[in-house]
Design a protein around this ligand. Sequence first.
Ligand SMILES: NC(=O)c1ccc[n+]([C@@H]2O[C@H](COP(=O)([O-])OP(=O)(O)OC[C@H]3O[C@@H](n4cnc5c(N)ncnc54)[C@H](OP(=O)(O)O)[C@@H]3O)[C@@H](O)[C@H]2O)c1
Length: 353
Amino acid sequence: MSNKIPVAVLAATGSVGQRFISLLENHPWFEVVEITASDRSVGKKYVEACHWLLADPMPEAVKELELLPTNAEALSKAKIAFSALPADIAEEVEPGIAHKGIYVCSNASAYRHDPLVPILVPEANADHIDILDAQQKKYKWSGGILTNPNCTTVSFVVPLSVLDKAFGVTKAVVFSMQAISGAGYPGVASMDIIDNVIPYIGGEEEKVEYEASKIMGSYDGSQIIQHPIVISAHTNRVAVVDGHTICLSIALKQKASREDLIAALENFEYPDSCKGLPSCPEKGIIYHYESNRPQPRLDRNLGKGMTTSVGRIREDKIFDFRMVSMSHNTVRGAAGGSILNAELLARKKLGMK
Ligand SMILES: NC(=O)c1ccc[n+]([C@@H]2O[C@H](COP(=O)([O-])OP(=O)(O)OC[C@H]3O[C@@H](n4cnc5c(N)ncnc54)[C@H](OP(=O)(O)O)[C@@H]3O)[C@@H](O)[C@H]2O)c1
C-alpha cells in the first residue's frame, strides 16, 4: 500500500489540469486518486474525455481513472485537491471541499481577495501559509484554501520581492507579453493571434496590481498587511505558446547600483522551510547576462519550468531601473507553483519531511 498523500485534481482535463496530471506523475509525496471535470466529461475515463495537449505522454496511472463530478460529496479519498477550475465554479465548490477537511491548492482567482486566504509564492512569502490556522478557526474548516497568483503576477513578483527586501520598491510599471496557453484551451482563436498582439486581457491588470501587493505584504501573526507599492500594469497577449515575459521599471527606496541588484537576485535562496521540497528548483532565479535574454522559447524550461529568468537590468530615465523577467505560465505560474505550495503545506500540516 502506498504511503503517499492521496490527492485530487479538479478540472483535470483543462490546460492547467493536464499540467497537474503530468507533474504529479511519480511525485514522491502525492498520488492522484481522484479527478473531476464538468458534466460534459463526468463518468468518462480520463483517456476518453481529455484532449491531451502536452509533449510528454499521458501518464498510464490516470488513463483509466473515471472523471467525478466537481463537488465536495464526490471526493472520498483525497487529502489535498489541486484546483484548476474556472473562477465561478471554484467560488461555488472550494469552500465546501475545505469544510470537508481537504486542503484546496487553487489556481483560480475566486478567493485571492479573501483576507484569510494567502496568495502563496514561496520565493516571496512562504510565511503567509501560517494564516491557514486563522482561516480554519474563523471558517470552521478542517481543511483550507491556499491560492497561487495569476500567472502574470508570478512572472515578475519573484524578482520584485527579492529587490524589495534588499532595497525597498516603491513603484513599478509592468508591461506583459503573455503566452496564448494562459488563456486555457482552445483559448484565443488562431485567426486573432497569429501575426498579432492583443492589447487587452479582461480583468488581468487589476489582478496583477492587487496580487503583487498582497504577496509582498507582511504577515503579522493574525493578518496580511498589503505592501504600499503602487503598480501600473499593461497586459498584452502575444503569439507565444508558453512563457510570460514582463518588462518592468521600478523605483527604489534605497540607492543601489545595477551590480547590487544583480547580486541580490543571484544570491537569492529559498527560505529554510522550502529547501528540499520535491518541486523546489536548485535556483529560483537565474540572471542572464546576454543582452537579448530572457526569451520564452529558450529559457522557460529552466529548473523544469520552475525557475524565473531575469535579464537586461539597466538604469531608467523615469524610475531607477528597468529589466525583463520571464517564467513558464502553466508550470511556475500555475500547476508547478501550486504543487510547490502543496509540498510546503504537506511539510507544515501533514507530517511530510
Ligand atoms: N492557463 C494558465 O496559464 C493559468 C495560469 C494560472 C491560473 N489559471 C487558472 O486556472 C484555471 C483553469 O484554467 P485553464 O487554462 O486550465 O482552463 P481550460 O483549459 O479552459 O480548462 C477548463 C477546465 O475546467 C473544467 N470545467 C469547465 N466548466 C466546469 C464546470 N462547470 N464544473 C467543473 N469543471 C469545469 C473543464 O472541464 P471539461 O473538459 O469537462 O469541460 C476543464 O477541465 C482558471 O481559473 C484560470 O484562470 C490558468
